[in-house]
Design a protein around this ligand. Structure first.
Ligand code: FAD
Length: 305
């Protein structure tokens, strides 16, 4: 049953018509638990509040799988506006971007142009930009573009997904570039030909990648809500004497605020991924796929609309 629900949510996340429809609804069905708001100003208020509570942030203007050049240009402008908003308000926030939102599916050079503009502007503002990792079909182009950008800029990072067999090798190559890497388990539906089907293998690989990257001396962002992974990381950094400015924990807005608080109280750097915008549907569906129990939360909210 749970497996079916997961598949259904992944299918909805990838459905262009469901995404188009949801854009017209406004934030519904409890999506506001995971999405900071539909506007930049609302998102900046949330960032300010999180900062007051000792949390760092990375803002994400929602959107992906763009197939129209004008829409990709609008998305790039929204990222530039986000950078301007961060600078204007003085909040502590990085920026996260998705290459398919910036035109990767239309023309690789279009995505390259947009991400280049964003990095130029971010460099002037002193803001770090991370390129999110999407499904495995987009991984080679994403890594290639990251490598090009990394040669020109220090303030850019990437994501590696522990569910993929190839990630250990990819991480090794990224370490040669001194890359700042966010390590995650992986949020997309992938076939067993490319990804570990068993969650226990994913968890084990996640720990292996965390150990590798911490020991490489590169900056490590451990993005997980899994208490086992958090404990493992804390033990390793303690054991190996990794300074606290060489790594951080990351979690998603609205998920396990108790763990977020606990880590801050222990003196760790914790960054919250704060998505905002009208294109919330695919992101929301992936959060449901990760934890189908969230459906009860959705059903409770349906009655309110
Ligand atoms: P899990 O084993 O899935 O979950 C552990 C526990 O966390 C669960 O028992 C539950 O208590 C809680 N939890 C997890 N998910 C949810 C949820 N949706 N709702 C409520 N509780 C939940 N994936 C990518 O593929 N590419 C990216 O670029 C990317 N960026 C990310 C950035 C950040 C900051 C984070 C935190 C995650 C990102 N992810 C990304 C998602 C990631 O791949 C996982 O899908 C997600 O984090 C769930 O895995 P987990 O490590 O929390 O462990």
């Amino acid at each position: 049953m749970e497996q079916w629900m997961r598949q259904g949510f992944h299918w909805l996340a990838a459905s262009p018509s469901a995404n188009r429809m949801a854009r017209r609804w406004g934030l519904r069905f409890g999506a506001a638990r995971f999405v900071a708001g539909e506007t930049l100003e609302k998102a900046l208020e949330v960032v300010r509040d999180l900062n007051h509570r000792g949390l760092e942030v990375t803002l994400d203007h929602l959107g992906e799988s763009v197939s129209d050049a004008a829409e990709a240009a609008e998305a790039a402008q929204a990222c530039l506006d986000t950078l301007e908003g961060i600078e204007r308000t003085g909040v502590r926030s990085h920026l996260s971007v998705k290459l398919t939102q910036l035109g990767l599916d239309i023309d690789r050079s279009l995505a390259e142009k947009h991400v280049g503009q964003i990095l130029e502007r971010a460099g002037q503002a002193g803001t770090f930009v991370r390129i999110d990792m999407e499904d495995s079909a987009h991984l080679p182009a994403t890594l290639e573009l990251f490598r090009e950008m990394r040669r020109r800029h220090d303030h850019v990072g990437i994501v590696i997904q522990a569910y993929l067999y190839r990630s250990e090798q990819d991480l090794r190559e990224l370490e040669d570039l001194g890359a700042n890497v966010r390590l995650v388990k992986g949020a997309y539906r992938e076939p067993p030909s490319v990804a570990f089907p068993d969650k226990r293998d994913v968890d084990q690989n996640m720990k292996k990648l965390i150990d590798m990257h911490l020991q490489s001396g590169c900056y490590t962002a451990v993005a997980s809500h899994d208490p086992q992974i958090l404990r493992h990381t804390r033990e390793r950094v303690e054991q190996w004497g990794i300074p606290r400015d060489r790594f951080e924990f990351q979690m998603l807005y609205g998920i396990r605020p108790d763990l977020q608080r606990d880590l801050v109280e222990r003196g760790y750097r914790v960054r919250i991924y704060v998505p905002y915008g009208t294109d919330w549907f695919a992101y929301f569906m992936r959060r449901l796929a990760e934890r189908p129990a969230n459906v009860w939360f959705v059903l409770k909210n349906v009655g309110r609309h």
